[in-house]
Write a new protein. Structure first.
Length: 254
């Protein structure tokens, strides 16, 4: 009877050991995806980054932190900014970045996502604050490039690569919008008047050139008069009063 109890206890202990061994193996096996890396720490010291695929760590002694290497799309919240020419605007942007060095992204900064977001916000305020309103509206591509270079340089020590920065929306105060609308309308009216004046000037030049040609051609004025009479006669209700053609010749000789 005592022998049976001992065998039973040994069987239970064996089952426990097998279970612990299976758990140990499961905790030792790590799998990271193609777009991930596992940063390994052993007793608090950095071992390195592993992956992708399957690898083993030492349970209890090793700790793994997964890092996603895909490009992250981060919306920069709306910032209330005063431009260089003292115009208050509300500006937001979007930042595209990715981790290129997972070890530095984990070791050199506490939270690279929050840090990158804060750098993007402060840089947006600084760059837009140094630009005039016309530059912000018309030269946005240049400001985007400037933002990307500054943020990328600031996050490079953390193993972060800023791929692109885009200013999304620029909101102006209502009174500024109305003033810009009036300015645009006045500019359109000015252009219309200039175009009309240029058309009249060109028409006058053509009439002067035609008069010189008619005056220099024998019988040109008479042919022009006959053509004018023919055009007028084709209109309904037109009354033609004949005049001696010599009157036109007297006008052309002056």
């Amino acid at each position: 009877m005592e022998l049976l109890v001992s065998l039973g206890e040994l069987g239970f202990v064996g089952i426990v050991l097998i279970v612990l061994l299976v758990l140990f193996l499961f905790s030792a096996i790590k799998i990271v995806k193609e777009y991930e890396r596992g940063v390994i720490f052993r007793l608090g010291r950095l071992v390195g980054a592993k992956g992708p695929g399957l690898f083993f760590i030492i349970p209890v002694l090793d700790q793994m932190v997964k890092v996603d290497l895909r490009t992250v799309t981060h919306d920069v919240p709306v910032q209330e900014i005063i431009t260089h020419d003292n115009v208050p605007v509300s500006v937001n942007a979007v930042t595209y970045y990715r981790v290129v060095d997972p070890e530095r992204a984990i070791v050199d900064v506490e939270n690279f996502r929050v840090a990158t977001s804060q750098i993007a916000q402060t840089t947006l305020r600084s760059v837009v604050g140094q630009a005039a309103l016309d530059e912000l509206l018309a030269e946005r591509e240049k400001l985007n490039k400037q933002l990307q270079e500054i943020i990328d340089k600031a996050t490079d020590p953390w193993g972060i690569k800023v791929v692109m920065v885009e200013i999304k929306d620029v909101e102006l105060p209502q009174d500024m919008r109305r003033a810009m609308a009036r300015q645009a309308e006045a500019e359109r009216e000015r252009r219309a008047r200039v175009i009309t004046a240029e058309g009249e000037f060109q028409a006058a030049q053509k009439i002067q050139e035609a008069s010189a040609v008619l005056a220099g051609a024998p019988g040109g004025l008479y042919l022009r008069a006959l053509q004018t009479i023919q055009d007028a006669a084709s209109q309904p209700g037109t009354i033609i009063v004949p005049f001696p053609i010599e009157l036109f010749k007297g006008l052309s000789d002056r």
